[in-house]
Write a protein that binds this ligand. Structure first.
Ligand code: NAD
Ligand code: MLT
Length: 313
């Protein structure tokens, strides 16, 4: 009998779980979607659990998990795991911060191009049998200013890609140095300086008390007329009510959200606006990224179960 049992939730990539399957001390159980009550009933058997974003690791689940040593988040954000409760119960939380960087950066660039050229709207019209060449006059990215808020892994990968499209990049990130930004060819500015100069604004920070509604009514009011806004980071960084207001007024020419304050979300009033486009939290949804993040957490779980040094705690 295996020494440790690992519960893998949320359709985490099977291929990426190889490090667990290869270990004779570990038995992997693939869990299907469960309610909190259902998880509470079974979690007591497990030494480790892997989640993506669908499963919420609540205090109740952690209270009922006497054997649980580690929770692995196959992705970056750990906001679906109650970190205080995990600490209280001595449960280690690990994530996979690098594996989906490129996927999220490419999705952001795809959103920016889709916004600039009205691609989703034009596709929808053609599929409805309308050849409308006049309605979709776009804008070019070349020579435009991209404001990157949060110049970490994904923010810098987006900046590099935008530079290839001859955009000028300004960034706001209070935790990185002007020298580091400069070495990437990016001008580090304050938020107050970024908002009025950027033609496109993209946010790439974690959701914290500080970043919640960072793009609020006041921030939108300070933006350039005709700005286009993208959020492929976390729902709630952009205040959706304020965004709706400024899209209706015409100040915001377009917006693209991959993430929403409430998810899943198919009833946002934003979806009724023609110049609003959205995807259902697909930033990390590439075959490559899903394998990368699963391999990373699987390796970390093996290390945690065997009391070795664990990365990304
Ligand atoms: P990261 O930690 O590498 O970078 C985050 C950056 O935000 C850091 O440089 C940090 O200094 C900066 N930051 C923190 N607080 C800030 C503030 N108040 N103002 C400005 N900057 C601030 O993280 P990352 O891997 O680049 O991920 C960025 C975001 O993207 C996270 O929220 C992550 O959860 C999200 N994400 C989403 C998807 C998706 O599917 N849509 C995929 C991957 C990551
Ligand atoms: C992440 O934080 O890694 C992303 O949002 C991707 C995901 O939730 O799967």
């Amino acid at each position: 009998m295996a020494k440790y049992k690992v519960l893998a939730m949320d359709n985490v990539s099977q291929k990426g779980l190889e490090p667990l399957y290869q270990d004779p001390d570990i038995e992997v159980v693939i869990g299907s979607k469960m309610t909190e009550d259902e998880l509470v009933a079974v979690i007591g058997e497990y030494d480790a659990m892997i989640v993506r974003s669908a499963t919420k690791v609540t205090p109740r689940i952690l209270e009922n998990a006497p054997k649980l040593k580690v929770v692995g988040r196959a992705g970056v954000g750990v906001d679906n795991i109650d970190l205080n409760a995990a600490t209280q119960h001595g449960v280690l939380v690990v994530n996979a911060p690098d594996g989906n960087t490129i996927a999220a950066a490419e999705h952001t660039v795809a959103m920016m191009l889709a916004l600039a050229r009205n691609i989703p709207q034009a596709v929808a019209k053609m599929k409805n049998g309308v050849w409308d060449k006049k309605a979709f006059l776009g804008v070019e990215l070349r020579g435009k200013t991209l404001g990157v808020i949060g110049l970490g892994r994904i923010g810098s990968a987006v900046a590099r890609r935008a530079q290839a499209m001859e955009m000028d990049i300004v960034a706001y990130d209070p935790y990185i140095s002007a020298e580091k930004a400069e070495s990437m060819g990016v001008k580090l500015v304050t938020l107050e300086e970024l908002l009025p100069v950027a033609d496109f604004i993209t946010v790439h920070m974690p959701k914290t008390k500080e970043t919640y509604h960072m793009l609020d009514d006041k921030a939108f009011a300070a933006m350039k007329d005709g700005v286009r806004v993208i959020n492929c980071a976390r729902g709630g960084i952009v205040d959706e009510e304020a965004l709706y207001k400024y899209m209706q007024s015409g100040k915001v020419a377009g917006a693209a959200l991959d993430v929403f304050e409430k998810e899943p979300n198919t009833d946002s009033p934003l979806l009724e606006l023609n110049n609003f486009i959205a995807t259902p939290h697909l930033g990390a949804s590439t075959a490559e990224a899903q394998i990368n993040v699963a391999v990373d957490v699987a390796e970390e779980i093996v290390d945690a179960l065997k009391d070795k040094v664990v990365r990304n705690t």
